[in-house]
Write a protein that binds this ligand. Structure first.
Ligand code: JAH
Length: 272
């Protein structure tokens, strides 16, 4: 997968070169290209913002640098020409257009399901805004050559899209084949089954007077599995009842009779 990020703070994306994603890039599983938006300005001050039309507080990002940047990146270019190879088109029409991800507090929530969809794409481009955001015509124009997807990490405001871009590239990058060493560990994680994960423990068996639950040392794999399922359900009911409602609505068969007993004990019953 190729990922291009356009930002006025390219250094913000430096951590993508570390740890698992750094290794993925060295192995050729992932290519990340970070571009400075100011490379597509043409004035002495490399201006990227101006006052909002209609008045109000703050500044809005100018359409012209963004238009040039997204045209160039679409062609596989940085501010100074070609950078890296583009993935070959799949012959899939509009589905061949690269996905343009725009971090925004008003975007679609990023979920594990969306991360899986994006992990199947050959190419992602991220447009990180700052200030009060990017002139809306940039997104409208980009929809002519990209599949545009505004996304959000959650209902709070950041100072710009860079942190959300980091989170997205990490969430998607770790799903690419070969990036995470043991793929079995992926399937068990929170959100992969629409539920939160059970608590985990390691040695020592007693720490500061606190015990590892005895069932985990029992050697009975069946009991361990049942206990973990129950703990995941209880946690989800207490912390994220919204996930249970969504799971029950979309996959009612995912919650069996014994699951529903545990959930009833937590005070959760299927809606309706
Ligand atoms: C803030 C541009 N929850 C995600 C999120 C994503 C982006 C932004 N804030 C929150 C943001 C200012 C300018 C993007």
């Amino acid at each position: 997968m190729r990922v291009d990020v356009v930002t006025v703070f390219p250094e913000y994306l430096a951590p993508l070169g570390l740890s698992l994603l750094g290794r993925a890039q060295r192995l050729g599983l992932l290519a990340v290209h970070v571009h400075d938006l100011r490379g597509w300005t043409d004035d002495r001050h490399r201006t990227v913002d101006d006052t909002p039309a209609g008045g109000g507080a703050g500044m809005v990002m100018l359409p012209e640098p963004w238009g040039r940047a997204l045209d160039a990146v679409r062609r596989g270019e940085g501010p100074d020409g070609r950078v890296g190879d583009l993935p070959a088109p799949r012959g899939a029409g509009d589905a061949d257009l690269p996905v343009l991800l725009v971090p925004s507090p008003s975007g679609r929530p990023l979920t594990q399901a969306l991360a899986h969809e994006l992990a199947a794409e050959p190419r992602l481009v991220l447009a990180c805004g700052r200030y009060e955001g990017i002139d809306e015509r940039v997104v409208e124009d980009a929809a002519r050559s990209y599949r545009v997807l505004p996304f959000s990490l959650g209902d709070y405001v950041l100072n710009g899209g860079e942190v959300a871009a980091l989170a997205l590239v990490e969430a998607v990058g770790r799903l690419l084949p070969g990036v995470v060493g043991n793929p079995a560990s992926l399937a068990e994680e929170s959100h992969e089954q629409g539920l939160l994960e059970h608590p985990v423990y390691t040695r020592p068996a007693t720490w500061r007077g606190l015990e590892v639950p005895a069932v985990l040392s029992s050697g009975h794999h069946g009991e361990v599995s049942r206990w973990r399922r129950e703990q995941g359900l209880r946690r989800t009911a207490r912390r994220r009842p919204d996930l249970l409602a969504a799971l029950h609505a979309q996959h009612p068969e995912a919650l069996g009779a014994s699951d529903l007993d545990v959930l009833a004990d937590e005070g959760w019953t299927p809606p309706g």
